[in-house]
Design a protein around this ligand. Structure first.
Ligand code: ADP
Ligand code: MG
Length: 353
C-alpha cells in the first residue's frame, strides 16, 4: 500500500512544506501497529507516528502531551505572532539590558549563533525586520514590496548576530542594538527535537515525527521495514515525488528548505522567503530546494535555510567541508528540469543497502 503523508498548504507567509512521506506498510500478523496523531502548530501542521503494541490506551495522553509541548514552544516561547510569547517580549525589550531567558530560548539562540558563525553569516535570526519588510513576516505591508537601497540599508543597520550578546550558561541575553529576532528558520526543527526527546524518554524505539516538513525518524515500521521519506519536486504544484531515501533504522533528522511555496514573482524576478543578510535582499539564485540529514533537526533546519542563502555552489562546498549529508536541487538555466547534487553522506541514504 502506498500512502502520502498529508500535505499542508503553505500558511500565512511563514512556513513552507517540503517533505512528503511515502511509506509502504502491510499489517502483519503480530500486534505491532502504527499509532498516528497530529494537529496544528507554528502556522503549519504536525504529525506523529509511533510504532507500538496495538490497543495501547495511552495514545490519548501521548497526543495531549505532544500537543502541549508544541503549544508551549510556539505560543509561549518562539512565536512572533503571539503577543504573549517570550520572543515577543525579547523583541520589545530595551537594548543594553540583561534579559533572562528560558532554557529553550537559550538553547535555540545558542545554536542559531553557532550556525551563524559556521555559515559565515548566511543564517541569521536577526533578519526579522528584512523578512517583514519584504512581506514574509507577521507585518503585512501595503506599500510596495520592493524597498529601495536606502531603506534596505536603514533596516540592515539593526540586523546582525553580533548584536546578540548571549550567555548560554547563565541563560541571559543583552541586545546591543534594536534587533528583532525571527526564529522561523530553526523553530520547527527545535520542536521536532523536543518531541523526539519526549518519545525517547518514554521508551519509544520507533517513530516518525514531522512538524511543517521537518522530520525526526527512528527505528523501523512494523515488519522491520525502513521508513522511506520522499523529497518533493520543487514546484508550486500538487506534490510530486522527486526522489526517495531510506532511514535504514537509524535515528535521523531531516529538514528541507525551498523557494517554491513561499515567494513572490515581480517583473520576471523570483523572490524567495530566504533573505541574504549580506545584501538585505531575498535570494534569487537557481537553488530550488535543499535537504539536510543530521542528528539534530534544529541544526538541520538552520543549515537548510543557510544553504538556500548560500546557493548551490557555496552551500555544497560548506556541506562537504563539514561532512554533512545534504541534497541540493537546482533549476536548470535554459531548459526544463532540475539538477541534483548531493554529498557522499547523503548518498548513503539513497540506496536501501
Ligand atoms: P521553511 O519555513 O520553509 O521550513 P526555512 O526553514 O528555510 O523555511 O525558514 C525560512 C524562514 O526563516 C523565512 O520565512 C524567514 O522567516 C526566516 N529567514 C529568512 N532568511 C533567513 C536567514 N538568512 N537566516 C535565518 N532565518 C531566515
Ligand atoms: Mg530552516
Amino acid at each position: 500500500m502506498k500512502e502520502f503523508l498529508k500535505r499542508h498548504s503553505a500558511s500565512v507567509s511563514v512556513l513552507v512544506i517540503l517533505l512528503v512521506s511515502l511509506y509502504f506498510w502491510q499489517p502483519g500478523p503480530n500486534a505491532i501497529a502504527i499509532t498516528e496523531f497530529g494537529g496544528a502548530t507554528m502556522g503549519t501542521s504536525y504529525s506523529v507516528k509511533v510504532v507500538e503494541e496495538s490497543s495501547s490506551s495511552s495514545v490519548d495522553l501521548l497526543a495531549r502531551e505532544v500537543s502541549e509541548i508544541l503549544r508551549v514552544l510556539d505560543k509561549e516561547v518562539m512565536s512572533t505572532y503571539s503577543e504573549d510569547s517570550e520572543l515577543t517580549a525579547i523583541n520589545a525589550a530595551p537594548i543594553n539590558e540583561q534579559i533572562m531567558l528560558s532554557g529553550a530560548m537559550s538553547d535555540v539562540l545558542s545554536l542559531a549563533l553557532e550556525i551563524n558563525a559556521l555559515t559565515d553569516g548566511a543564517f541569521d535570526v536577526t533578519v526579522g525586520p528584512l523578512v517583514n519588510r519584504w512581506g514574509f513576516g507577521p507585518e503585512q505591508r501595503h506599500q510596495s514590496r520592493i524597498p529601495d537601497q536606502a531603506e534596505i540599508d536603514a533596516i540592515a543597520a539593526r540586523v546582525g548576530s553580533q548584536y546578540l550578546d548571549l550567555d548560554a550558561t547563565a541563560a541571559t541575553l543583552v541586545k546591543r542594538a534594536d534587533v528583532y529576532i525571527d526564529l522561523s528558520g530553526i523553530a520547527k526543527g527545535y520542536a521536532v527535537d523536543q518531541l523526539a526527546h519526549y518519545l525517547d524518554e518514554r521508551g519509544y524505539a520507533s517513530y516518525f515525527i514531522e512538524v511543517g516538513g521537518e522530520l525526526r525518524i527512528k527505528g523501523y515500521k512494523p515488519g522491520e521495514q525502513t521508513w522511506v521519506p520522499a523529497i518533493e519536486t520543487p514546484a508550486d504544484t500538487a506534490p510530486q515525488v522527486h526522489n526517495i531515501f531510506y532511514a535504514k533504522g537509524e535515528s535521523i533528522a531531516v529538514a528541507g528548505s525551498g523557494d517554491y511555496r513561499n515567494y513572490f514573482d515581480l517583473d520576471g524576478v523570483h523572490y524567495s522567503h530566504e533573505i541574504d543578510p549580506a545584501t538585505g535582499r531575498p535570494v534569487t539564485h537557481n537553488l530550488a530546494a535543499v535537504y539536510v540529514i543530521d542528528a539534530s533537526a534544529a541544526r538541520a533546519d538552520a543549515l537548510a535555510t543557510a544553504f538556500m542563502v548560500l546557493g548551490t555552489q557555496r552551500g555544497f562546498e560548506l556541506a562537504r567541508s563539514i561532512g554533512l549529508a545534504a541534497y541540493f536541487i537546482s533549476k536548470r538555466e535554459a531548459q526544463e528540469g532540475f539538477d541534483d547534487l548531493y554529498t557522499s553522506q547523503f548518498a548513503h541514504y539513497l540506496s536501501i543497502d
